[in-house]
Design a protein around this ligand. Structure first.
Ligand code: FES
Length: 258
């Protein structure tokens, strides 16, 4: 093939590109690369389920070679596992297209590079970010002083809420039951603090609304590190996960339901 000659297959894929467009959804990963020579862009979208590419689309502002190779690579990648798709090379694409003119090397590499970038982004989405993991692990850590102050201001069950009348009570997020307890406490004391490691409280919509409209003060993205006091609970050391700051709060009681 001459350096400027296109095969029939290349011309066909250029004139009738397969899988052109974009994809959306939580299972979609996108890869984007630029052509360093001409500045054109190529985007590849993968819809992946159980590591299998269910659908794939491309969008490019590139030339005929870029369009034809992208069209072919999407055909090759569809239905393959991520691992298989990662092995598709420019050579495979060129073979399937009955050869590519070497003059447009950069253009015909774009699709394979964008596919690889999309696979990289898909993999990154599978691994929760280290920071996010740390946050989701927060609250599961052992709190210093928990055993020492158990039943001395720290409670892992509550039968008689009247004990907390007019007290400063902190409730640790342990699901809906802990939210209900915090709401009940507002009938007895105006000083109820609810601590959760999450950005939002996980509960049914009705309970969430009740909590928002209540006098409960909510400390989002926070964890309790340590309980302190002389014989009885006096204060807790709180870690603000968002700001990564620690501060002390004076309380009379801490409820950590089991
Ligand atoms: Fe820009 Fe081919 S000339 S992608």
């Amino acid at each position: 093939m001459k350096s400027t000659q296109y095969s029939e297959k290349v011309l066909d894929h250029f004139r009738n590109p397969r899988n052109s467009g974009t994809l959306e959804g939580k299972n979609v990963a996108m890869g984007r690369v630029g052509n360093p020579v001409c500045g054109d862009l190529m985007e590849v979208y993968l819809d992946v389920k159980n590591d299998v590419i269910k659908d794939v689309k491309f969008k490019t502002f590139g030339c005929g070679s870029a369009i034809a190779t992208a069209s072919m690579i999407t055909e090759l990648a569809k239905g393959k596992t991520i691992e298989e798709a990662e092995k598709i090379t420019r050579g495979d694409v060129a073979d399937e297209l009955d050869g590519l003119p070497p003059v447009k090397m950069h253009c015909s590499n774009l699709a394979a590079d964008a596919l690889r970038d999309a696979i990289k982004n898909y993999r990154a989405k599978q691994q929760p970010l280290a920071g996010e993991k740390e946050k989701s692990d927060a609250g599961k850590k052992e709190i210093i002083g928990f055993v020492e102050f158990l039943n001395k201001g720290v409670f892992n069950e509550v039968e008689d809420l009247s004990l907390f009348k007019d007290k400063r009570v902190m409730v640790l997020d342990k699901g809906e039951q802990s939210i209900e307890t915090a709401l009940e406490l507002t009938k007895l004391t105006p000083r109820v603090i609810f601590v959760t490691a999450s950005k939002e409280v996980a509960a049914n919509p009705e309970l969430k609304t009740q909590l928002k409209q209540s006098d409960v003060k909510i400390l989002y993205e926070s964890e309790i590190l340590e309980i302190k006091g002389e014989g009885e609970v006096e204060k807790v050391l709180v870690h603000d996960l968002n700001e990564d700051e620690e501060y002390e709060l004076f309380i009379d009681a801490l409820i950590i339901l089991q």
